[in-house]
Design a protein around this ligand. Structure first.
Ligand SMILES: [Zn+2]
Ligand SMILES: [Zn+2]
Length: 133
């Protein structure tokens, strides 16, 4: 299926025919500051993504950068130069047919919310330990 998405004002639009995997919640401080809450994202190869409009980029840490709309401020894409664009799932048009399958960097989650969806909650990345109950 072709999935489409956009920023809030519509200046930036994208579409992809790529089969996409599950959505990951990221609760790291950078993602929370960048979006105003935690991130829900999923990777798609850059070469499978058709993007119109110009992203504005901000590099919060070496080797990675965050693309957003300079007009409306929507957070759209995180990347670290490995050929993958991590789309912010909230910018996809409905229905996505996708589902979240876990949460990363839960040790850095905000103290104002609780995750009660029963999905795996990793302390940091998926390859490390999970949070204690
Ligand atoms: Zn916009
Ligand atoms: Zn993050």
């Amino acid at each position: 299926m072709t999935r489409t998405g956009s920023c809030l004002c519509g200046a930036i639009r994208y579409e992809t025919d790529q089969e996409m995997g599950p959505v990951t919640g990221c609760h790291c401080t950078q993602c929370r500051k960048w979006t105003g809450h935690h991130v829900a994202a999923l990777p798609v190869p850059w070469d499978a993504l058709r993007l119109t409009g110009a992203l504005t980029w901000y590099a919060a840490s070496p080797g990675a950068r965050r693309g957003f709309c300079g007009t409306c401020g929507s957070s759209l894409i995180w990347e670290e130069g490995d050929g993958l664009a991590y789309l912010m799932a909230g910018t996809l048009d409905a229905p996505t047919g996708l589902a979240m399958d876990g949460h990363v960097f839960c040790a850095d989650a905000g103290d104002y919310y609780r995750l009660g969806d029963g999905l795996p909650r990793w302390v940091a990345g998926r390859s490390g330990p999970e949070m204690e109950a």
